[in-house]
Design a protein around this ligand. Structure first.
Ligand SMILES: CC(C)(COP(=O)(O)OP(=O)(O)OC[C@H]1O[C@@H](n2cnc3c(N)ncnc32)[C@H](O)[C@@H]1OP(=O)(O)O)[C@@H](O)C(=O)NCCC(=O)NCCS
Length: 183
């Protein structure tokens, strides 16, 4: 069955919200409200086939140089068909069209993003995110997310070096996600 990736429309918001918040309830991604999805609707792409909605993903521009892939979700029944990768590649194409140089994601599934060409790096090398949005994120005391970065000019981002901490909580608060001391 062929899958179409297209810009999200108002009619998709309820499906997007139900899927994102289903995974959020399992602590696999951040919850999004209907108002948030409407406000950021132009960032979102959806995947569909004849059976209907299959998944979604957003590209959020943070600076003239950098964008974030966020709110990526594929329905469990549709997983393993390459739909997640198609959504991410469509976001990367959009980032190129916009003239951006770098795209990143914060994720609990680093291997998936690595399969899409991203490199595991340190959140410390993305201050545009860690100094602005992370400190007010509801998960800041329990952030175990891996920072994955792609350079659109083909250069290789500086990787996460051995011993560098993963996740906002360890890196910036010096504790293990959940509160235990990282020392
Ligand atoms: C992660 C997710 C988006 C993957 O979507 P998908 O459509 O099943 O993935 P694809 O079929 O496009 O997989 C692409 C590649 O990644 C691999 N992959 C998929 N999910 C993976 C995972 N959880 N861990 C490691 N590798 C994974 C696939 O094996 C495939 O590898 P290949 O290059 O050898 O073919 C989907 O499982 C999902 O929505 N998960 C819950 C929400 C979530 O974690 N979102 C990410 C938030 S940043």
């Amino acid at each position: 069955m062929s899958v179409a990736i297209r810009a999200a429309r108002v009619e998709d918001v309820d499906d997007m919200r139900a899927l994102i918040n289903r995974y959020a309830a399992e602590d696999r991604m951040l919850e999004r409200s209907r108002d948030f999805l409407l406000e950021h609707l132009r960032d979102f792409l959806v995947a569909k086939d004849v059976s209907g909605f299959l998944g979604c993903c957003a590209l959020a521009v943070l600076t003239p140089d950098l964008a974030e892939v966020r709110s990526l979700a594929v329905r469990p029944e549709a997983s393993g068909r390459g739909i997640g990768r198609q959504l991410v590649l469509a976001c990367i194409s959009e980032a190129r069209r916009l003239g951006l140089r770098r795209v990143f994601a914060l994720t609990l599934v680093p291997d998936f993003f690595q399969r899409c060409g991203f490199v595991l790096t340190s959140l410390g090398r993305l201050p545009e995110k860690s100094a602005s949005e992370c400190p007010v994120c509801p998960k800041r005391f329990a952030c175990d997310e891996h920072a994955m970065l792609l350079h659109l000019d083909g250069t290789i981002p500086e990787p996460l070096w051995s011993g560098e901490p993963v996740g906002y909580t360890r890196l910036f608060l010096g504790v293990e996600p959940g509160g235990k001391s990282a020392q």
